[in-house]
Design a protein around this ligand. Structure first.
Ligand SMILES: [Zn+2]
Length: 327
């Protein structure tokens, strides 16, 4: 089939975009075909019915010679206004680490191991490819095999990212994430394990979560990584400078609370996120406790008074603020 030429031969997926001028792009759902300008009718497989006007399509070809088309349509999406009042139990803060990320003592998400699972196979294919003679047919075949493994890993990764960010955006009204600082990035990108970096793409995770929360009128807060998050007592605010890296459990000398290291960090992240929601974005946060106490909370100990709370009046401003901090 005489497809128009792609821009680059080396970089996959190769893509080109073509605009819908004078209805030149059409989809025939019954015959399962799409009409592409200069190409004609092409078989097409997808179960979604597209009835909105098509703006343009982008055709992509993967390294394993699969063709994809992404169709951009014009449609009205109703984005609900951001919630101005939140229950504290619907707010979740995260502590990210290379092996897992954690919300509280009950919820912990393991980072995927797709790449690590395939590492052996990848090595084998890489080795085979390097043995083949340059420009030979066998080299081509070997390259295709290797690309197939990478493609599969990538598909699984994105599938997982979509599922987990969907899940989080369904469960919580506000999600608070610690922005990874240079140190955190190094942890992810260190020579320690390249495969961890390839398995978890922090940036993709953030982007997917952000837009999924946004579409549901929910909040996504990215906080600066404040260095003592694990050293800070989430109950009294005292900083424990004696805390060592391998101390999993510690007791605050000031208030006597015994902390699990990671849980305490999560509590601090959540506390800071709630502070931003209340003070900077103007959200009212209602405490949901067992004794039906419905006062506003400030998890770090300082109770916010009614005057501090400015619900809904500046939602526009606040959403802008949130966007600027998140992306
Ligand atoms: Zn304390």
């Amino acid at each position: 089939m005489g497809f128009p030429r792609f821009k680059s031969k080396k970089c996959y997926p190769q893509t080109y975009t073509t605009y819908n001028i004078n209805n030149s792009i059409r989809i025939d759902h019954q015959r399962r075909k799409i009409r592409i300008p200069k190409v004609g009718w092409v078989n097409y497989r997808d179960n979604r019915m597209i009835s909105n006007p098509i703006k343009h399509i982008t055709i992509g070809k993967t390294a394993t010679h699969k063709y994809f088309v992404s169709v951009k349509v014009v449609c009205d999406v109703e984005i609900p206004p951001k919630k101005a009042v939140l229950n504290s139990e619907d707010i979740a803060g995260f502590d990210m680490s290379t092996t897992h990320f954690l919300i509280d003592e009950h919820t912990q998400y393991e980072n995927p191991r797709f790449y690590r699972e395939e590492e052996k196979r990848l090595k084998k294919h890489h080795r085979e490819l390097s043995r083949k003679k340059e420009r030979s047919k066998n080299r081509k075949k070997a390259r295709l095999k290797l690309a197939g493994v990478y493609e599969k890993i990538n598909n699984r990764k994105h599938d997982w990212l979509h599922k987990i960010t969907h899940d989080l955006s369904e469960r919580h009204d506000a999600v608070i994430l610690e922005d990874l600082n240079i140190k955190g990035m190094q942890q992810f990108n260190s020579g320690l394990s390249k495969s961890i970096t390839l398995d978890f793409s922090w940036y993709q995770f953030r982007v997917y979560l952000y837009y999924k929360m946004y579409w549901k009128g929910k909040h996504f807060v990215l906080i600066d990584r404040f260095s003592p998050s694990s050293k800070l007592c989430s109950i009294c605010g005292q900083i424990n400078n004696d805390l060592k890296l391998n101390d999993r459990v510690w007791t605050c000398k000031h208030c006597g609370t015994t902390h699990h290291r990671d849980i305490n960090a999560v509590d601090n992240i959540t506390g800071e996120g709630i502070r931003i929601l209340q003070e900077e974005i103007g959200i009212m946060v209602i405490a949901t406790t067992d004794d039906h106490d419905t006062s506003t909370v400030g998890t770090t100990g300082s109770h916010a008074s009614e005057e501090d709370v400015r619900p809904s009046t500046n939602t526009r401003q606040s959403s802008l603020k949130e966007e600027s901090t998140s992306l």
